[in-house]
Write a protein that binds this ligand. Structure first.
Ligand SMILES: Cc1ncc(COP(=O)(O)O)c(C=O)c1O
Length: 398
């Protein structure tokens, strides 16, 4: 189809997008409406954990859609009960509230912490979050985020989110007052450019929050569901948080998110939380199909192996082109480019049929399907290597 025939102007211009319309996806590949194929290392921003349109999710959606779309959240449905039980069985949490987006799950986590403060801590409501953190685009989650670009937007923000520095325990300690109820963080800051909290810091933070009677909230919307080689990232440092949020990968491509809490932290009363589509059986059936696949023996070990292969290949081309470090874990990695050439690389890769993401002007982020093959990784690396060679030559001439 000629791009001039697409009604692009009918959509609100919320971001810059190439004038390309995608019509089909399968595994690690996407096709646009001209028939061009793209190797996808973005996967809907770490959403399609099993690749595009995985048969297990497609079949689950088809089967559930013939049975029941939604009975309303005023009634129980079987897929949401099964998925909640499966998540509880595989985690340190006792109860689940399903949401439709990561931001909504985080909004729920913020409300839950404030409710806990109202019930048990004389109305303490402040939640310490982190510079560079990203928790979503509702007003409260933008306020909780430490993204510089959000600072001037939509003032006044929701108050009560003092910002500490990642991997700096003293900066957290300094912010604790009798108004504090929780500390909330991403175990790896994804949007900021893939900056991991160290295992050491996460363990210290758990001890500090316990010592002060504070809740520890982990936002695992990007790191959860096997992305870093464990089902949940908090398993790496071996801690047990009080609250966790999941999104992105949990639905394998459909809008599903979750708020999980331990029995002690799970304090919502009737009327505190809800939503028309929350926990609907169609999305929960997809979530069950995803969790079954990720739970297959050997699945997470394969994520670790593929992650190590991708990391070593990135290291190889980084050394070859004089670039910086590789950050991250499992299949959430970033290549530090040292100079602001990320946008040019992403644009050239797009032209060459490879989808890459640049969370910062000087970094590329890689978040392929968790079942990406070594051959697909090698093909992406070849493309990136060729682009870097071209850019290097152009810079030498200039
Ligand atoms: C760590 C983290 N939290 C929250 C969100 C917001 O999720 P959603 O876009 O589904 O609202 C994102 C999305 O990128 C994220 O990476």
């Amino acid at each position: 189809m000629n791009i001039s025939t697409h009604p692009f102007d009918s959509l609100m211009a919320i971001t810059s997008r190439p004038p390309t319309v995608f019509v089909r996806g399968e595994g690690s590949f996407l096709w646009d409406d001209s028939g061009k194929r793209y190797l996808d290392f973005v996967q809907g921003w770490a959403v399609n954990c099993l690749g595009h349109s995985p048969p297990a999710v497609v079949d689950a959606l088809a089967a559930q859609s013939k049975l029941l779309l939604t009975p309303s959240p005023a009634f129980y449905n079987a897929p949401s009960l099964k998925l909640a039980k499966a998540l509880v069985d595989r985690s340190c949490f006792d109860q689940v509230f399903f949401a439709n987006s990561g931001a909504e799950a985080n909004e729920g986590a913020i409300k839950l912490a404030r409710k806990f403060g109202a019930l048990h801590r004389n109305g303490a409501y402040e939640i310490i979050t982190f510079e560079g953190g990203f928790h979503g685009r509702t007003l409260a989650t933008m306020s909780a985020s430490g993204k510089k670009a959000f600072e001037p937007l939509f003032e006044p923000k929701v108050s009560g989110f003092p910002k500490a520095r990642l991997n700096d325990l003293a900066s957290v300690q300094r912010l604790i007052t009798d108004k504090t109820i929780a500390v909330m963080l991403e175990p790896i800051q994804g949007e900021a450019g893939v900056w991991p909290a160290t295992d050491h810091f996460l363990r210290d933070l758990r001890s500090l929050t316990k010592a002060h009677g504070l809740l520890l909230i982990v936002d695992e919307i990007q790191t959860g569901m096997g992305r870093t080689g464990k089902l949940f990232h908090y398993e790496h440092p071996g801690i047990e948080p009080d609250i966790m949020t999941l999104g992105k990968g949990i639905g394998g491509g459909v809008p599903l998110a979750a708020l999980l809490a331990t029995e002690a932290a799970s304090c919502f009363e009737h009327g505190d939380q809800g939503g028309t589509f929350n926990g609907n059986p169609l999305m929960c059936a997809a979530g069950l199909a995803v969790l079954e696949q990720v739970n297959e023996p050997g699945f997470l070990k394969a994520v670790v192996d593929r992650g190590l292969y991708l990391e070593s290949e990135l290291q190889r081309i980084s050394a070859r082109h004089g670039l910086g470090d590789i950050r991250g874990k499992g299949l959430l990695l970033a290549l530090d480019l040292r100079i602001p050439i990320a946008a040019a690389i992403v644009a050239q890769a797009f032209a060459d049929g490879v989808l890459l993401n640049a969370p910062r002007p000087d970094a590329l982020r890689f978040m392929p399907a968790l079942n990406v093959t070594k051959a697909e990784i090698a093909a992406m690396i070849d493309c990136l290597d060729a682009i870097l060679t071209k850019i290097g030559a152009a810079r030498r001439v200039a």
